[in-house]
Write a protein that binds this ligand. Structure first.
Ligand SMILES: [Zn+2]
Ligand SMILES: [Zn+2]
Length: 393
């Protein structure tokens, strides 16, 4: 709490500096130009709190911020409660309502399903005893279950041997910023009044421990990787006073989940929401730090034996396989890294890659941007894998 107060105090100090006319502190240059998204690529954010739990804004505030950030969808997950009964389009963005349930293992996002609250209630109270006999209501449920802030300083996930989840948060803003030093914040704060999203982007770090955990999980089963803003738009100044910081719209521009819809949306919120949830569940997409550079338009595919698989899809190894990647064009230096079963096997500074794979495995890519105005690289894209299966498996 003390640190949040300190950070908020720093934010206020930065705003005061701005009004004093110290615009010379502005050092940011735009990181990249936008590129057009494909027709089936939707961009949204996952894990948003409202006043229904410990968030600072209403659903209307969330919808307005989503419109400003040009989001296609927002997944709202208040603590142990639905912010709204129905999924709906508001201000042009699809609001998908789930919840963040407190369960014995930690915090679990539960999205969709006929009765998420009922499912959460059935979560085994003695989880380790459940390994041999999973509760069928949860094991076979149709809700999307995502482990929240698995490596967070508060409420990390504790029961990895119980596999009652479909995905994990591979990045979580609320975890990321807590790791940052006061020095990190002091470097970002001068930019905050002028370009808040760019200031927040300077605080983004590669989530090493979450990615290591995800890679370990992926060696055993397809688990979707999702980046979450965990947006509260609320920071405590004192016991009873709060600042709406960071604003929804700034976090909504910073880190987004890009999904590929395998069927066309119709405008019906339930239908379209199901498409998004299914894409999230199957890992049909990637985490894009759009506040660092517009990540729309990523293309990753593996071709083997005449079959082609994209993100979250499978292809059978047939006497070889070719992986092709095309990063979105941003006009900034990038580094693209290919991982096989969690191990980096290739790296290039080219925006495209075509490579013969060396065998079956779980292949995923990451890309970083090296802005000239910064001394370090920033995470830009973390994609879900393409699975290359051994023949006969
Ligand atoms: Zn949580
Ligand atoms: Zn949360």
């Amino acid at each position: 709490m003390a640190r949040r107060v300190l950070v908020a105090g720093g934010a206020l100090a930065a705003l005061a500096l701005a009004t004093a006319g110290l615009a010379a502190l502005r050092t940011h240059e735009p990181f990249g130009a936008p590129s057009a998204p494909g027709p089936s690529e939707w961009v949204g954010v996952v894990h948003v709190h409202t006043v229904s739990s410990d968030g600072g804004g209403t659903l209307d505030d969330v919808a307005a911020a989503a419109r400003e950030a040009e989001l296609d969808f927002v997944v709202v997950t208040d603590h142990d409660v639905w912010a709204e009964r129905r999924w709906q389009y508001r201000e042009g963005a699809l609001l998908i309502i789930g919840e963040e349930a407190r369960v014995p293992g930690g915090h679990l996002l539960i999205i969709a399903g006929e009765d998420p609250r009922g499912r959460a209630a059935k979560w085994p109270q003695r989880a380790h005893a459940d390994v041999a006999r999973p509760d069928p209501a949860i094991a076979a449920g149709d809700a999307l279950r995502v482990v929240a802030h698995p490596q967070g300083p508060a409420r990390p996930w504790l029961i990895w041997d119980v596999r009652h989840f479909d995905g994990v948060e591979i990045w979580n803003w609320d975890t990321d910023w807590r790791d940052d030093s006061l020095w990190d914040w002091m470097r970002a704060l001068p930019l905050l009044p002028f370009e808040p999203t760019a200031a927040l982007a300077k605080l983004v770090d590669r989530p090493d421990s979450s990615l290591a955990r995800w890679d370990a999980l992926l060696r055993e089963a397809p688990i979707a990787g999702i980046c979450s803003v965990d947006a509260h738009a609320r920071v405590a100044l004192t016991e009873n006073r709060f600042l709406p910081f960071p604003a929804y719209r700034h976090l909504f521009q910073l880190a987004r989940q890009h999904v590929f819809l395998d069927r066309d949306p119709t405008g019906d919120p339930d239908h379209d929401g199901d498409l998004v949830v299914e894409a999230l569940r199957r890992g049909r997409g990637y985490c894009g730090f759009d506040g660092i550079a517009d990540a729309r338009g990523l293309s990753v595919e593996v071709e083997s034996g005449g079959e082609v698989a994209g993100l979250g899809q499978r292809v059978v190894w047939t006497d070889g396989a070719t992986l092709r990647v095309a990063l979105p064009a941003i006009g900034q230096p990038t580094t693209l890294t290919l991982f096989r079963d969690g191990v980096p096997v290739h790296e290039t500074s080219e925006p495209t890659l075509e490579i013969e794979l060396s065998g079956p495995g779980v292949y995923r890519i990451e890309a970083v941007v090296r802005p000239e105005s910064l001394s370090r690289s920033l995470p830009w894209i973390i994609a879900n894998p393409v699975f290359v299966d051994a023949p006969g498996v």
